[in-house]
Design a protein around this ligand. Structure first.
Ligand code: SAH
Ligand code: SF4
Length: 350
């Protein structure tokens, strides 16, 4: 039987492991904080633990570490990291510096089963869920890389890379526990955002279990359009999704973030904007407009500047908070929807 990887355990599960070994409870905090310290790759480094106990831990468990196999840097400062997993699958994470702040976009699955027609990851289908250690491992590896380059820390974490995070809910919740734990990655819940295409039952389970921010990829409030763009809408149509948003247990001062890709001649008319404004009425929210990032082989186009501004204007007139978020890192295929974990060329820049 293979040994458990302690990085798949949140603090409570690690405490159970410690007690199974008949160790005193204080070992939990000690081991947990070692696991997420920069540079820890083995039990041997845990120098305040006796040699005998380190040897025992080595026989009972493992620690895995993700190391980027390729790092690509965009002209605009965006950095894409590719990680090769133990079973050779590739995943990608993207670091987006904005002024003094660094936002990291992480993956939650290899591929995605949701099949949205405009998204390159969707075209892969689902290969498998990421383990908690693989989700947290992306953050840990990139935090350490930034430390080594003296480029500050990670200020925001968004689950907008490959995969549908709420389709991997159990592992996501363990990963979030570790990311939020002071002895783990020590993020504040205000700095983490999980994005979903609209899996309604999982959204409600997630809301009950976690206080991090929720983003909902809406893209249209018309079922005929959303059905075509996002197959998930045939199971959870707009009405069910917006009802779940109304019921969502939002902490005070928090808002749901709606993401809306603007697709030329599909969902970008003045009527679409007005309908959107009407349907979101009463939901505490903000809206991010994402001009479509055109992708090789897919027929969708981005609207021109004027159309994007009109759309935003109409939402402003209805008193919504609206931002237009331009994709970054297009020259290195690091922009929204481009993450597909392609086998990268062996001679790609490192
Ligand atoms: N599966 C989740 C999170 C990953 S996708 C979700 O769908 O929300 C993150 C965001 O990128 C989603 O809003 C998605 O609709 C958007 N996206 C996908 N392809 C895109 C593209 N080509 N241009 C702009 N945004 C895109
Ligand atoms: Fe999956 Fe999100 Fe892409 Fe849809 S947009 S296929 S849910 S990753």
């Amino acid at each position: 039987m293979s040994l458990p990887d302690l990085k798949n355990f949140d603090r409570a599960r690690l405490a159970a492991f410690v007690s199974e070994l008949d160790l005193p409870a204080f070992r939990t905090a000690q081991i947990f904080s070692w696991l997420y310290r920069p540079g820890t790759v083995s039990f041997q480094q845990m120098t305040d633990i006796s040699k005998q106990l380190r040897a025992e831990l080595e026989q009972r468990a493992t620690i895995t570490t993700l190391t980027p196999s390729v790092i690509e840097r965009s002209k605009d400062g965006t950095i894409k990291f590719a990680f090769e997993l133990a079973d050779s699958h590739l995943i990608e994470s993207v670091l987006i510096p904005e002024g003094e702040r660094n936002t990291l976009c992480v993956s939650s699955q290899v591929g995605c089963a949701m099949g949205c027609g405009f998204c390159l990851t969707g075209g892969l289908g689902l290969r498998r869920n990421l383990l908690p250690s693989e989700i947290v491992g992306q953050v840990q590896a990139i935090r350490d890389q930034l430390l080594a380059e003296d480029k500050g820390g990670i200020n925001n974490l968004v689950f907008m890379g490959m995969g549908e995070p709420l389709a991997n809910l159990d592992n996501l919740l363990v990963a979030l526990d570790i990311l939020l734990d002071q002895g783990g990655l020590d993020f504040s819940d205000r700095r983490i955002t999980v994005s979903t295409c609209g899996l309604v039952p999982q959204m409600l389970r997630f809301g009950a279990a976690s206080r991090v921010n929720l983003a909902v990829s809406l893209h249209s409030v018309r079922n005929d359009i959303r059905d075509k763009l996002m197959p998930v809408n045939r199971t959870y149509p707009v009405e069910a999704l917006l009802q779940a948003c109304r019921e969502y247990p939002l902490a005070p001062r928090k808002r749901i973030m709606f993401e809306y890709i603007l697709l030329k001649d599909i969902n970008d008319s003045d009527t679409d904007a007005r309908e959107l404004a009407m349907k979101l009425r009463g939901i505490r929210c903000k809206i991010n407009l994402l001009p479509y990032n055109e992708t090789d082989g897919l027929p969708y186009r981005r609207p021109d500047r004027g159309r994007i501004e009109n759309f935003q204007q109409i939402l402003w007139q209805h008193n919504y908070t609206v931002l237009v978020r331009e994709s970054r890192g297009g020259d290195i295929s690091a922009a929204c929807g481009q993450l597909a974990g392609k086998r990268l060329r062996a001679d790609a820049p490192v």
